[in-house]
Design a protein around this ligand. Structure first.
Ligand SMILES: Cc1ncc(COP(=O)(O)O)c(C=O)c1O
Length: 388
């Protein structure tokens, strides 16, 4: 699954290089004499946007911050409605609440991503933004979602935090809507420890993001940083040079990570007995990140029994069910006190999603797994399935 499996000497060499050639300058801007012309975060941004096929990339401190900054760049204001989905990480909704906007949360379909039909039903005259989430490496149904968005003239922010490296009909996830965000935390496709990236083709959004994440600095090349110009206030959401150096080494491994995922997932999936399970609907088989294998049973009791025996055999699940409390809105009573639509109904609001998740299991697919390990794994799963 993630870049942490391949973290090693290339990342270490990148870190060492900061000390050997740039006098240990860890700040991403200024210190021009000391750093000998190397700006690693800026290089990482350029490399990232070139790889992903986007005009601009802005590095930030996390995927969570990436969403906040992206929504502010798009002009989302307190009271605006932002539509997202019931199966996602808490950050998707926390960030909407943090800027005072109103989360409108819709059910997922058998892609485990936003159901475009539910999306269209949820649109009102207050809807300001749509945030589909490409959960666990499977791009959302973007053709349908973008069609709804364009019919209603509403921008789309793709949460690609869990889908860096996945593509949909030939374009990388994160480059299909108006802005895409990625997480580079330690569990993601590539990692900088913590970190995030925002991509867009819109130069107005990019200008805002660049300045807002750096206290409003315009980074005017003709001026020393202490005399820099500004026209708005901002925050400090800057990535540092160590993250930039590690990020570049990790980005060089992206293709290797994705192709290992795809090989390992195919081996596992093809070996499973499908009499009692149904695989997740993948929107683009050739493009999925393939870092997770999801299937569901007819009844929740079958999934519960499967997980019991799977854990007893020494294997662990991923998100469903082991971290479902952090990924399903139907467990988030702590968030909804200030949201009248969900204050009382959060437990029952997303029954379709609740039912699907209760019947489902998500298994991690790792980069470094050998064929022998996958064969043992599939055998163990088939044995359990036989007895269910
Ligand atoms: C779908 C989704 N959105 C947002 C985030 C937040 O990213 P970060 O952990 O970098 O803040 C995550 C991280 O797990 C995520 O999975």
């Amino acid at each position: 699954m993630p870049g942490f499996e391949l973290i090693g000497k290339e990342e270490l060499a990148g870190l060492q290089d900061i000390f050997e050639t740039s006098n240990g300058v860890l700040f991403p801007h200024g210190f021009d004499g000391l750093r000998n012309g190397r700006y690693r975060v800026r290089e990482f941004e350029r490399k990232f946007s070139a790889k992903i096929g986007s005009a601009h990339a802005q590095a930030v401190t996390s995927g969570t911050v990436a969403q906040v900054v992206a929504m502010l760049a798009m002009g989302v204001k307190p009271g605006d409605e932002v539509i997202t989905q019931a199966f996602t990480f808490v950050a998707t909704v926390e960030t909407i609440l943090m800027i005072g906007a109103v989360p409108v949360i819709v059910d997922v379909d058998d892609t485990y991503n936003m159901d475009p039909v539910e999306l269209e039903k949820a649109i009102t005259d207050k809807t300001r933004l749509i945030v589909p989430v490409h959960m666990l490496g499977n791009p959302a149904s973007m053709d349908e979602i973008l069609a709804v968005a364009s019919r209603h003239n509403i921008p789309v922010l793709e949460d690609s935090c869990e889908a860096l490296g996945a593509s949909y009909k030939g374009k990388y996830a994160g480059t299909l809507g108006d802005i895409g965000i990625y997480s580079l935390d330690f569990g993601k496709t590539i990692t900088t420890g913590e970190g995030g990236m925002i991509v867009t083709n819109n130069s107005g959004y990019y200008k805002f993001m660049k300045e807002f994440t750096d206290h409003g600095h315009e980074n005017n090349p003709a001026l020393p940083r202490g005399r820099d110009t500004r026209s708005m206030y901002g925050m400090n959401y800057r990535m540092n040079e160590m993250q930039g150096a590690v990020g570049m080494a990790q980005l060089d491994k992206l293709d290797q990570i994705v192709s290992a995922n795809r090989r390992n997932k195919k081996l596992l999936k093809d070996a499973l007995n499908t009499d009692k399970i149904q695989f997740r609907n993948i929107t683009d088989e050739a493009g999925e990140l393939a870092d997770t294998l999801i299937f569901h049973f007819e009844k929740a009791s079958m999934a519960t029994e499967f997980v019991k025996q799977y854990n007893a055999a020494g294997y662990g699940t991923k998100n469903i069910p082991d971290a479902i409390d952090w990924h399903f809105a139907g467990t988030w009573n702590h968030m909804f006190a200030g949201v009248p639509a969900y204050r009382d109904s959060w437990k029952t609001a997303w029954q379709r999603t609740a039912d699907l998740l209760a019947r489902s299991v998500a298994l991690p697919v790792m980069v470094n797994t050998t064929e022998e390990e996958t064969a043992r794994h599939s055998e163990a799963i088939n044995t359990i399935l036989q007895g269910i």
